[in-house]
Design a protein around this ligand. Structure first.
Ligand code: IMP
Ligand code: MG
Length: 180
C-alpha cells in the first residue's frame, strides 16, 4: 500500500505511546482549568485528533490556517493568516498544536499574534521539531519527537499535499522531491 522510497522513522506504535504521554502531561499541567486547543491547518489535524482524545480536562477546539510553504520545501518567512480563530481568546488558556517546527517562523508569528489578544496563557505543543533549522526563538512547551534535518512526511505532514494520510512518519528521499 505504501511505497519503498520512504524510510519509516516513527512507527504507529511509537507515535501512539508518545501522544498518550503528552496527553497525560497536559492533563496534569492544566488540572482544574479549561483549555482551548488551536490546531494549525492542515498539518496538525491528525496529531491534534489523537492528542485531544488523551486529554482529560474540558477542551474546546479551534483552527487557524496560515500560509508558509506553498508547494516548496523551504520556508519563505512570509506568514499570512488564511483562516482565523472563530472565538475570542481573551482570558483563556490556549494550546497551539503544530505538526513540525522547522525555522520556527510560522509559530513565532502565531504565538506573538495570539499573545497580543490577551489570552491567559499561550503554549505550544509540536509533534515534531527540527532544532538544527531554527531561525526564530521558538521552543515547544510540549514536544513529541526531535527529528533530523530531512524532509518528513506522514501523520499529517505532506509534500505537495501528498502523504498526509500515512499512519507513520517517514523521510522522503531527496530524489522524490528534487526531481520535481
Ligand atoms: P517553519 O515556519 O519553518 O517552522 O515551518 C513550519 C511548517 O513548515 C510546518 O507547519 C510544516 O507545514 C512545514 N514543514 C516544515 N518542515 C517540514 C517537513 O519536513 N515536512 C513537511 N512539512 C514541513
Ligand atoms: Mg503546516
Amino acid at each position: 500500500m505504501f511505497q519503498r522510497e520512504r524510510r519509516v522513522v516513527l512507527t504507529q506504535e511509537q507515535i501512539k505511546e508518545r501522544v498518550r504521554e503528552l496527553g497525560e502531561e497536559i492533563t496534569r499541567d492544566y488540572q482544574g482549568q479549561e483549555l482551548l486547543v488551536v490546531g494549525i491547518l492542515k498539518g496538525a489535524f491528525i496529531f491534534m485528533a489523537d492528542l485531544v482524545r488523551e486529554i482529560r480536562i474540558p477542551v474546546a477546539i479551534d483552527f487557524m490556517d496560515v500560509s508558509s510553504y506553498g508547494l516548496s520545501t523551504e520556508s519563505t518567512g512570509v506568514v499570512r493568516i488564511l483562516k482565523d480563530l472563530e472565538e475570542s481568546i481573551e482570558g483563556r488558556h490556549v494550546l497551539v498544536v503544530e505538526d513540525i517546527i522547522d525555522s520556527g517562523l510560522t509559530l513565532n508569528y502565531i504565538s506573538e499574534n495570539l499573545k497580543s489578544r490577551d489570552a491567559a496563557s499561550v503554549k505550544i505543543c509540536a509533534f515534531l521539531d527540527k532544532p538544527s533549522r531554527r531561525k526564530a526563538p521558538i521552543k515547544a512547551d510540549y514536544l513529541g519527537f526531535s527529528v533530523p534535518d530531512e524532509f518528513i512526511v506522514g501523520y499529517g505532514l505532506d509534500y505537495a499535499e501528498k502523504y498526509r494520510h500515512y499512519p507513520y512518519v517517514a523521510i522522503l528521499e531527496r530524489d522524490e522531491y528534487e526531481s520535481k
